[in-house]
Design a protein around this ligand. Structure first.
Ligand SMILES: Cc1ncc(COP(=O)(O)O)c(C=O)c1O
Length: 447
C-alpha cells in the first residue's frame, strides 16, 4: 500500500446513517438542513480532528491549516499540554461565575499582567472578542464621563449591536442592521497601499492626522471623546500594517485631549505578529487593551486589561458576566501561554513569518495580479489586483480555490475580499512551511 500523506490510512469513511462512502458530503447535506444558513463557512469540509498544523475531516482527508480558526489555534490544534490541562480542570471545577472567586482566574490575570505592556495591571475576563471590546468601551466611557468613540476605517471589532457600529471593514457587517449605535465616529486608517501616496507612507500618516483634525473641528469635540479604538494591524480589513510613527502620534493626540487609547489585540495577540502583542512594535502603551482569539488555544475566553488607577474608579457590579473567565478556559489559557513562552513561539513567529513574507514576495515578483505582500510575524496578507490595479476578489478566490484543492486552507479578508491572509500556527515546522509555500506558489502562478 502506498502511503498518502494527505489521507488518514486506516480511517473508516462510511457514514453509518446513510451508508455513503463520502461522509463529508452527507454531513454537509445535514448541515444544510439544520444549521442556520447565515453562518457561512470558508471550506466545504466537516472537521473531525485537529493535529498541530493539520485539520482532518470526517473522510480522513488532512488539510494543512493556515487559518488556525481565525488566529485562534496559535499553538496548533489540540496541543497535548492544553488538552491535559482542560481534562484535569474539568475533573475538578467547571463553573463558578461570580458566585465565588477561583484560582485559575486569579492566576491567569497575574500572568496577563506579566506579559502585557508594563503599565497595564488590572484584568477583566469575558468570553468573546466582541464582549471584551464592549467591556473596554464601557470602562472608557465610565471613567471619562464622555460618550464619543473614534474608530478607524477598515477596523473590525465584532458583530454585536455596538460592535457593528464600531466595525467598518466591510459593508456586510452593518448593512440592513441600521439604526446603529450613535456617538461612534470613524476616521481614516493609514492604509498606504490603497492611499493617494502609496510610495510615501509619511505623507499618508500626515493626511490621516489632518482628517482627524477635521473630524474634531467639524463633527465631534475631542473633549467629548472617551476613546480611540484601533487594531494595531487591521485584521478583517486586509492585514494592513500602519507606517512606523503613526501610533506615537496617535498616543500624543490622545494625551492632549484626555482620550483613552484602546488597542484591540483580539486578532494580533499572543505572538501572532512576532511580539507577544502587536502594539509592542510601536513603542507606545495603550490605556486599555483587548485580547481574545489566541488566548486559550480554542477555548472561549477573552480579556481586557487596563490600569488599576482607571479600574478602581469603576464601581463594583457596574460590569459582569456569567460565563467569562470560566475555570476550564482559564486552565487552557494558562497552559497555552506557558507553551508559547517555553517553546519560544513569539520568536519563532518573527523568524518564520519574516522568512515566509520574503519568500512570498519573491514568488510574486513579476505577477501583476499580486499587488502587495505585507505583514508582521505570522500575520501575512497578500493583496490581489485586476488588470487595472483595482482590488480583485476574483483573484483572491481563484488562489484560495487552488490552495484548497491542494489541501491548504487559507482565508480571505479586505473590503472587497481581495486579500488572502495566512495565519499558520506559530509552531509550524519548516517542512510544513515548505509544503504550504509550494502549494501557494502553484496557486499564485496560475494564469
Ligand atoms: C480585532 C478583532 N476584534 C474583535 C473581534 C470579535 O471577536 P469575536 O468574533 O470573538 O466576537 C475580532 C474577530 O475577528 C477581531 O478580529
Amino acid at each position: 500500500m502506498t502511503v498518502n500523506p494527505t489521507k488518514d490510512q486506516d480511517k473508516e469513511t462510511v457514514d453509518k446513517k446513510s451508508g455513503s462512502h463520502d461522509k463529508n458530503k452527507t454531513m454537509l447535506e445535514r448541515d444544510r438542513e439544520f444549521v442556520n444558513p447565515v453562518l457561512s463557512r470558508a471550506a466545504p469540509i466537516v472537521a473531525e480532528r485537529g493535529e498541530g498544523a493539520y485539520l482532518i475531516d470526517v473522510n480522513g482527508d488532512r488539510y494543512l491549516d493556515f487559518t488556525t480558526g481565525i488566529a485562534v489555534n496559535n499553538i496548533g490544534h489540540c496541543h497535548p499540554k492544553v488538552v491535559q490541562a482542560i481534562k484535569a480542570q474539568a475533573e475538578k471545577l467547571i463553573h463558578t461565575s461570580v458566585c465565588a472567586h477561583h484560582v485559575n482566574y486569579i492566576e491567569l490575570c497575574e500572568r496577563l499582567v506579566e506579559i502585557t505592556p508594563p503599565s497595564l495591571n488590572s484584568v477583566f475576563l469575558a468570553n468573546s472578542g466582541a464582549e471584551c471590546v464592549e467591556g473596554a468601551l464601557k470602562l472608557a466611557r465610565y471613567v471619562t464621563g464622555r460618550p464619543g468613540i473614534i474608530t478607524f476605517r477598515g477596523g473590525f471589532h465584532g458583530r454585536t449591536h455596538m460592535c457593528m457600529a464600531l466595525t467598518t471593514s466591510k459593508l456586510a457587517y452593518r448593512d440592513m442592521y441600521e439604526p446603529l449605535m450613535p456617538s461612534i465616529y470613524t476616521t481614516a486608517f493609514p492604509y498606504v497601499y490603497r492611499s493617494h501616496f502609496p510610495n510615501d507612507p509619511q505623507k499618508v500618516v500626515d493626511d490621516v492626522f489632518e482628517q482627524l483634525d477635521m473630524l474634531f473641528a467639524q463633527i465631534i469635540n475631542p473633549k467629548q471623546v472617551a476613546s480611540f479604538l484601533i487594531e494595531p494591524i487591521l485584521g478583517e480589513g486586509g492585514y494592513v500594517v500602519p507606517p512606523s510613527g503613526f501610533f506615537k502620534r496617535l498616543r500624543k493626540v490622545a494625551d492632549e485631549h484626555g482620550i483613552m487609547l484602546i488597542a484591540d489585540e483580539v486578532q494580533t495577540g499572543f505572538g501572532r505578529t512576532g511580539k507577544m502583542f502587536a502594539i509592542e512594535h510601536e513603542g507606545v502603551e495603550p490605556d486599555i487593551m483587548t485580547m481574545a482569539k489566541g488566548i486559550a488555544a480554542g477555548m472561549p475566553l477573552s480579556a481586557f486589561i487596563s490600569r488599576r488607577e482607571l479600574t478602581s474608579k469603576w464601581e463594583a457590579g457596574r460590569h459582569g458576566t456569567t460565563f467569562g473567565g470560566n475555570p476550564v478556559s482559564c486552565a487552557a489559557a494558562l497552559a497555552s501561554i506557558k507553551v508559547i513562552q517555553e517553546e519560544k513561539l513569539v520568536e519563532r513567529s518573527a523568524k518564520l513569518g519574516g522568512e515566509m513574507i520574503e519568500r512570498i514576495k519573491k514568488m510574486s515578483a513579476g505577477k501583476k495580479h499580486v499587488g502587495d505582500v505585507r505583514g508582521r510575524g505570522m500575520m501575512i496578507g497578500i493583496e490581489f489586483n485586476d488588470e487595472h490595479g483595482k482590488p480583485s476578489k476574483e483573484w483572491a478566490d481563484k488562489v484560495s480555490r487552488v490552495c484548497f484543492e491542494n489541501k491548504l486552507l487559507v482565508l480571505t479578508c479586505g473590503y472587497k475580499g481581495q486579500v488572502i491572509r495566512l495565519i499558520p500556527p506559530l509552531n509550524l515546522s519548516e517542512a510544513e512551511m515548505e509544503q504550504g509555500l509550494a502549494i501557494l506558489e502553484r496557486a499564485i502562478s496560475q494564469k
